[in-house]
Design a protein around this ligand. Sequence first.
Ligand SMILES: C[S@@+](CC[C@H](N)C(=O)[O-])C[C@H]1O[C@@H](n2cnc3c(N)ncnc32)[C@H](O)[C@@H]1O
Length: 327
Amino acid sequence: MIAEKTLNQTLHIAKFAKKDEFYTQLSDIESELKHYERHFKNKVVFCNCDDPRNSNFFNYFACNFEKLELKKLITTCYKSQEADLFIQGKAEKAVLLEYYGNINGSKIPDAEEIGIEPLKGDGDFRGKESIDLLNQSDIVVTNPPFSLFREYVEQLVKYEKKFLIIGNINAITYKEIFKLIKENKAWLGINMGRGISGFIVPDYYELYGTETRIDNFGNRIISPNNCLWLTNLDTFKRHEDITLNKTYYGNETEYPKFDNYDAINVNKTQDIPLDYDGVMGVPITFLHKYNPDQFELIKFRKGNDDKDLSINGKCPYFRILIKNKRL
Ligand SMILES: C[S@@+](CC[C@H](N)C(=O)[O-])C[C@H]1O[C@@H](n2cnc3c(N)ncnc32)[C@H](O)[C@@H]1O
């Protein structure tokens, strides 16, 4: 019995550890970062969950250092103290790389050539060494460990850093993250779901489902289609109004009221009525199109009784309560 419990616990931990071993493709980084170029001039960028020897975040910023007019690029990676079991020797040492640009003219900068130094500690983003580097940085850009996402974002907010990071769509439903979005301290980036084409997984990772492939370089790619970019860098998208075509008046039956909140339910963002000035419950994917000048975020998920929003006793998927500011 004890042995079984230990095995189950181990498998559970291993599953979580594996979830953290998704490596971001250069193409996905490029298709997001192209929308933020103006933010990087004269800035220190920190990629604090990235082994410069295999991270495409490092590759992206090193290759575009001059184009973005960066001041400095800092990259550090993590070496778990319990590395043998779960990390499978991917990063042997926690290392630091600091790059000031222009190492070799037109050639693609190479991490070993730039110079890698060992860190004293294990490179944990919460450790003193990493926080000292965070203090020297302006913008943090990476795909952090999914299992530590809340803590990761909390630290960025605490140190008042600009950030652009990849997370799971579910992260929106964490109350700490939703609070940031509601208070306009963070928002969704440009690409989300299928807009992020997939992640490179280690060789030992079992490919499952249909959304998997091997790319031209032999990398194993998995496309979970459930990720987003979270940022506090301004984007064009959050200043664009959602086009509204439908009307509430004349179509009231399509928009039933919740049992436990004075609001109507709207099943799709595109169905938000243009003439309803009360509160509306919309799907969480609304946040991908959200313009804070057009709508106000009121509340997430719960009604006045602090239970999930319901209609005739049934709860639709998570809803965000919003109000049209322009009416
Ligand atoms: C989802 S992977 C992404 C790796 C890389 N940022 C990329 O996008 O290709 C998350 C990385 O965070 C690292 N990591 C795990 N725990 C960490 C911690 N406490 N501090 C810093 N990095 C950590 C893991 O080693 C893993 O490489």
